[in-house]
Design a protein around this ligand. Structure first.
Ligand SMILES: Cc1ncc(COP(=O)(O)O)c(C=O)c1O
Length: 450
């Protein structure tokens, strides 16, 4: 291993990082995270902080779960890889499928398709949605509807339904036939509507209008996150998801819940859909499925979809889609261990309690700092602080100041994430009361540096 000075000199010189400017990062190199334990990470200079980002909304079990680590290590020695393309499988995959379907039974899920991450899972859902309609004799159903501010990964399909132009404009033209409805973002929206329940009604009306305009018989699926994560922790009114699901059902449009962040307890329920009392047709998951100990994602399907594929007699029901690492035995061992650890620790209950505490704390910070324009959360461990330079005009805070606040918070002992003019938090779901207090103390220090 190179020494610290060499690593710093080489940092970002050859490695292009996701979601960053390569030239800029060569000048302002990323923090080198060297070790992790529990809910903390330590950088190469030995500075240890609470990881309020949870890796990237994913390290639900924290960094020290030896059961998951051992399961991965054992599987590496037993069967490090074999393909799951039709014709072969592995014991871990068979058990992981059973565990996943059981985990999401109350959401109405009946079948699972494994992938290597969230973007893979979203593209799987979009592609199989089209195939489902073809199998039912409706090949004209090819379009997709989604919400602005939604994030669904960066493959061409996912980017096309994404609702933040940062992930789109450099890569256009994207998939044709993708249309976007307003986000349930009560702080800023084209209706100038601050009441979340009224906003939900307006979005439902916009959906009806768009579906009529497009012609329902051309639309394959609608996709949404139960709580929008990367878009800024945008919590909809409790009515929204159900309203949109009813509209989709009436028009024969499949409803995909993108649970890549919300799944596995983050919202305080085992899925975001369950949190809002909705049963989707498909769910996309990743992140918490292995708590990031191994890259795995999945797309799940309800009985309605399973029946159409499984009863097909034409041969067109074959799934000509998949990834080399779909149902990877080491990944599947991670899923099996992670699901049982997640349930055993009852992560959802802790996420709900600590999420309430964190949200109450940032609400208090809003009373102290007028650069906080909005705080969002209160539904599990997803919390956002929107920074503004002027509360009256809601002018977004400039990036130099946000970076200064971020750095000061880090120096004080907590890693948070910048997303636009928001500070975003999605800590490990094993967080303690004392950890939340520490996060809030560091944020207070950071915000004081504005
Ligand atoms: C809701 C949602 N969908 C999809 C993705 C894409 O997942 P991945 O980065 O694993 O491809 C993400 C990633 O953050 C996400 O938050």
């Amino acid at each position: 291993m190179k020494d610290i000075a060499d690593l710093k000199a080489m940092n970002a010189q050859q490695l292009w990082h996701p979601m960053g400017h390569p030239g800029e990062l060569q000048k302002n190199a990323p923090v080198i995270i060297d070790t992790a334990e529990g809910v903390t990470i330590t950088d190469i200079d030995g500075h240890t902080v609470v990881d309020a980002v949870g890796g990237l909304w994913c390290a639900n079990l924290g960094y020290s779960n030896d059961v998951v680590k051992q399961a991965i290590a054992d599987q590496l020695f037993k069967l490090p890889y074999y393909s799951a393309f039709a014709g072969t499988t592995n014991p871990q995959a068979i058990q992981a499928a059973d565990a996943m379907v059981n985990f999401f039974k109350d959401d109405g899920m009946a079948r699972v398709f494994f992938t290597s991450g969230g973007s893979d899972s979203v593209d799987t859902a979009l592609r199989l949605a089209r195939q489902y309609h073809r199998l039912r004799g409706q090949p004209g159903r090819t379009k997709f509807i989604s919400l602005k501010k939604g994030y669904h990964g960066t493959h061409f399909g996912g980017a096309s339904v994404n609702g933040n132009n940062r992930f789109r404009i450099g890569y256009e033209p994207l998939l044709p036939g993708c249309f976007h409805l307003p986000s349930p973002y009560a702080y800023r929206n084209p209706f100038n509507e601050s009441d979340p329940a009224t906003l939900a009604q307006l979005i439902a009306q916009a959906m009806e209008d768009e579906i009529t305009f497009q012609d329902p018989s051309t639309i394959a699926a609608f996709i949404m996150e139960p709580i929008q994560g990367a878009g800024g922790v945008i919590v909809p009114d409790a009515s929204l998801m159900g309203l949109l699901k009813d509209i989709c059902d009436r028009h024969g449009i499949l409803f995909i819940a993108d649970e890549v962040i919300c799944g596995f307890g983050r919202t305080g329920a085992w899925s975001g859909s369950r949190h809002w009392g909705v049963q989707p047709d498909m769910m996309t998951v990743a992140k918490g499925v292995t708590s990031a100990y191994f890259p795995v994602g999945a797309c799940l399907f309800n009985d309605k979809i399973a029946d159409v594929f499984e009863s097909d007699q034409s041969g067109e029901g074959s799934i000509w889609h998949g990834y080399t690492y779909s149902a990877h035995p080491v990944g599947m061992a991670a899923v099996n261990a992670c699901l049982s650890e997640t349930v055993k620790a009852d992560l959802k209950t802790n996420a709900a309690a600590r999420g309430d505490q964190l949200f109450a704390g940032v609400t208090q910070l809003m009373a102290e700092f007028d650069i906080i324009g909005d705080v969002r959360g209160g539904h599990g461990l997803m919390t956002g602080i929107e920074l503004v330079s002027d509360r009256g005009t809601k002018t977004p805070m400039d990036m130099a100041t946000i970076k200064r606040i971020h750095r000061a918070t880090y120096d004080a002992g907590t890693m948070v994430r910048i997303g636009g003019n928001n500070l975003l938090m999605s800590p490990p779901l094993i967080l303690t009361e004392a950890d939340v207090d520490r996060i809030l103390t560091c944020l207070r220090t950071g915000l004081g540096q504005a």
